[in-house]
Design a binder for this molecule. Structure first.
Ligand code: HEM
Length: 534
């Protein structure tokens, strides 16, 4: 006998199924209509390779940007290709077009899919928010990332770099004169310690191999969010699926709860210290600076951040400011191991500094260090691209006109609401028309006389797209640059660096950031051999 409970469960399932089918059919119809009507269909570009994946499979299979760069050779700087369900995606290395897109953040926003996956980790952090809420957050946060504030943090960068140097020295002593280490994992520990202290005055002590609640919770959230699972993808695309119970989601939620609790404790304590007017020395970390700015009596209430918004910045700093600098510094070691002349020249400059404790200005006064840092960030930009979607119709101006599929010469590209663009970070950083034929080579000397065309790159850090540009550029770029310089200062002064495996065994892989991967065991590592400098 069929019970009424069974019947109602069956009815509910049927209704949910019907709703889901209606939703999917509606989505598909809108997607097909968009594809048939967007002006992007008139641009030149490659044929779609699959009804579902468009050209995406080829893009994901190749190294970051490689396919796009091939298309630039074939179709010129501005074209379109096919993304999910054959939707056209706009691509351009035209610096005027990219400058327009990055500066018009009310039109060009982060795609829903990207925001949904960020929201699961970051709550209402600045990486996730859009529009007025984003502008409000940046207004309060920008001062914490200024030049003077970064200068104050330089001691922390140097102390932690020296701590890593000493750990490596101990390994060299154990190894009887040299040691093999994994640069990536050690640099990750150093940058986690740095962002803990400089970000919130929190001691991770990762270099001392101590585990603690916050780093465990962060590790859990980050590792589950990075795993690409079909269900994950569908949950982001189909909102109703987010209500279904899911083991991975439960783990993320538990870890989020730990991060929120610790974050709230930090915020409460900092607010108390600020109100009590306690010594300034407790107040140089980013979180204290932003809470202090938020509590300023001159800020009207509607421009203040809520506690939830401040809380969202804790995982945001961890996500945005930890693996990015660790991977960049790791790629620098890779490059230095392949260019021993550069390594020697850099070391000579660093050893000539008469102190073990330089200031930020001392570090910035070293031209070859600056050139090596910029060249690493150019060739190995660890965030190789990003994506934006048009929230309304737009007209994108071009510096270099193109001929469309109808043979018309066009000086601007018409955009329909819902069109997306691949923002070409790596492709612009190594564009041959800007940097010359050797654009893909690591050659720091090029920064000693920068080509004029590099000035047209719309990046917040001159000549580079690495931190993108405009109101959503990387807020932490000064922090990252000085942190990177501090790490190189202590480590390159102390050790000669060689690869511990043949170079052909190292590849690169992107999942949020681009890291080296050892082909023989498919792990993210960079094995290097350290020999102390006499
Ligand atoms: C080499 C190191 C770094 C690189 C290559 C890098 C790159 C980037 C890029 C490309 C974006 C824009 C992403 C997008 O909109 O799609 C970004 C945003 C951001 N970065 Fe960084 N970053 C680095 C280090 C840092 C550090 C050290 C911090 C903090 C201490 C930080 C904090 C942020 C934040 C909060 C945003 C979001 C800004 C907004 O949307 O308004 N980054 N970063």
């Amino acid at each position: 006998m069929i019970s009424s409970a069974n019947l109602s469960v069956g009815n509910v399932a049927l209704a949910v199924g019907a709703l889901a089918a209606y939703w999917a059919a509606n989505k598909l119809a809108r997607s097909v209509w968009h594809r048939l009507t967007t002006p992007l269909r008139h641009l030149p570009g490659p044929k779609s390779e699959s009804f579902i994946w468009g050209n995406l499979r080829a893009i994901f299979k190749a190294d970051n940007s490689v396919i796009h760069e091939q298309w630039v050779k074939e179709y010129g700087k501005t074209f379109r290709y096919h993304a999910f369900l054959g939707q056209y995606r706009f691509f351009s290395t035209d610096t005027r077009a990219i400058g327009h897109i990055l500066n018009n953040t009310q039109v060009w926003v982060k795609p829903e899919l990207m925001r949904n996956s960020l929201a699961a980790i970051l709550g209402e952090g600045v990486l996730f928010t859009e529009g007025e809420q984003h502008r409000k957050q940046r207004r309060i946060m920008n001062p914490a990332f200024g030049i003077a504030q970064t200068r104050e943090l330089t001691d922390i960068f140097l102390e932690k770099s020296a701590e890593l140097r000493d750990v490596w020295r101990a390994k060299v002593a154990e190894g009887g004169g040299s040691a093999e280490v994994d640069a990536l994992s050690w640099l990750s520990k150093a940058t986690l310690d740095i962002i803990g202290l400089a970000g919130f005055d929190y001691h991770f002590n990762a270099l001392k191999d101590q585990s603690n609640e916050l780093s465990d919770a962060f590790g859990a959230v980050f590792s589950t969010s990075q795993q690409f699972r079909l269900l994950n993808f569908l949950r982001n695309v189909i909102p109703v699926l987010r209500w279904l119970p899911n083991k991975q989601q439960r783990k993320t939620d538990e870890a989020r709860a730990v991060m929120d609790r610790i974050g709230m404790e930090l915020i409460t304590e900092k607010k108390r210290a600020i109100r009590a007017g306690e010594s300034k020395s407790v107040g140089r970390d980013l979180l204290t600076l932003l809470i202090r700015a938020n509590m300023d009596k001159d800020v009207p209430p509607h421009l203040r951040l809520s506690d939830e918004e401040v809380l969202g910045q804790v995982p945001t700093f961890l996500v945005a400011g930890h693996e990015t600098t660790a991977s960049t510094t790791t790629w620098c070691f890779y490059a230095l191991s392949q260019h021993l002349d550069v390594q020697a020249k850099l070391r000579e400059e660093l050893l000539a500094v008469p102190t073990d404790n330089p200031t930020m200005d001392d570090l910035n006064a070293l031209p070859y260090l600056d050139a090596v840092v910029r060249e690493t960030m150019r060739v190995y930009s660890v965030v190789g691209s990003t994506v934006r979607v048009a929230a309304q119709d737009d007209v994108v101006p071009l510096a270099t006109p193109i001929v469309d599929r109808k043979g018309r010469t066009v000086h601007e590209v018409n955009i329909k609401k819902g069109d997306s663009i691949f923002v070409p970070i790596l492709a612009l950083n190594r564009a041959e028309d800007i940097w010359g034929e050797d654009a893909r080579e690591f050659r720091p000397e090029r920064w000693l006389s920068v080509p004029d065309k590099a000035n047209s790159i719309p990046g917040v850090f001159a000549g580079l797209m690495t931190f993108i540009g405009g109101p959503r550029s990387c807020i932490g770029y000064r922090f990252a640059v000085i942190e990177f310089k501090a790490l190189l200062f202590h480590l390159v002064r102390a050790f000669k660096v060689e690869l511990a495996v043949p170079v052909e065994q190292i590849a690169s892989r992107s999942s949020i950031v681009t890291r080296p991967v050892l082909k023989t065991n498919d792990t993210n590592v960079l094995p290097i051999i350290l020999t102390p400098v006499e």
